[in-house]
Design a protein around this ligand. Sequence first.
Ligand SMILES: C[S@@+](CC[C@H](N)C(=O)[O-])C[C@H]1O[C@@H](n2cnc3c(N)ncnc32)[C@H](O)[C@@H]1O
Length: 262
Amino acid sequence: MIYDYPKLYDVLFSDSWKREIEFLKTSLQRYCHISGHGRFFEPACGTGRLLWRIAKEGHQIVGLDLNPNAVAFCNKRLRRHGLAESAILGDMTRFSMTNLKQKKPFDLAFNFVSSFLHLTSESAALSHLHAVANILKPNGIYLLGLHLLPRGNAVCSQEKWSVRHGSLALQSKLFRLSLDRKQRIETVEFRIKATTPKQCYEIVDTFPLRTYSLQQFRCLLEKANRFKILETFSFDFQDPIQLNSKTEDVVFVLKTNEQYRP
Ligand SMILES: C[S@@+](CC[C@H](N)C(=O)[O-])C[C@H]1O[C@@H](n2cnc3c(N)ncnc32)[C@H](O)[C@@H]1O
């Protein structure tokens, strides 16, 4: 599995952190009205490439991930920076304040890079939304970044990018192997070719992702009855996204629904 190689993953996704961190900090002020330090939670935190940067600025953070290598990598980096080891091994469909060893709820949760699509059934997605809502303060915020699958043909089905970090050069390709619109599953292949002065190797992984059209995502939120959509962006507050049936990449700003009664 590609997530078993946290160092490679971390380098591969190292380019976009500045705008993501800015987006997180501005969201804390804009939606939670906190100008000082806040409490952030990241389900599917992976290597914690955003968590440690947020923690370094004095915010409190907790991360959760299913992959032991990613959690170990994340905690090691937190420790290296003199920060508490706050990444926990666990499933983002099943967690609570107790599992997370927390007494105070969080101001803001975030989940970017379409990690939510790893939840391949409706029941898993609903469990996740309930679990996140349960660990947030009243009026808490969940920033959920997704790649939506528009109806029709105008669909981006592959991404390629290259990154260099010191003597390590990475070339990656993420592309769709198959798409079953009825079952709402796309199977994706992720290839990383790593080159160092001493060796060259390739890692290939294949995994299923759940697909959502905009309408299907809205239906899910309605069914969960825990969040409402406040705004939608692509990490730029100057340029909100107007949702339509062709929208693909979007960060939903979700606010907990106070009307919820279990
Ligand atoms: C695309 S990576 C995103 C990592 C990180 N959020 C980031 O922005 O770099 C997806 C992560 O989701 C994790 N993941 C997948 N299914 C999960 C589950 N059910 N519970 C917790 N983590 C999960 C994987 O282990 C992986 O680290």
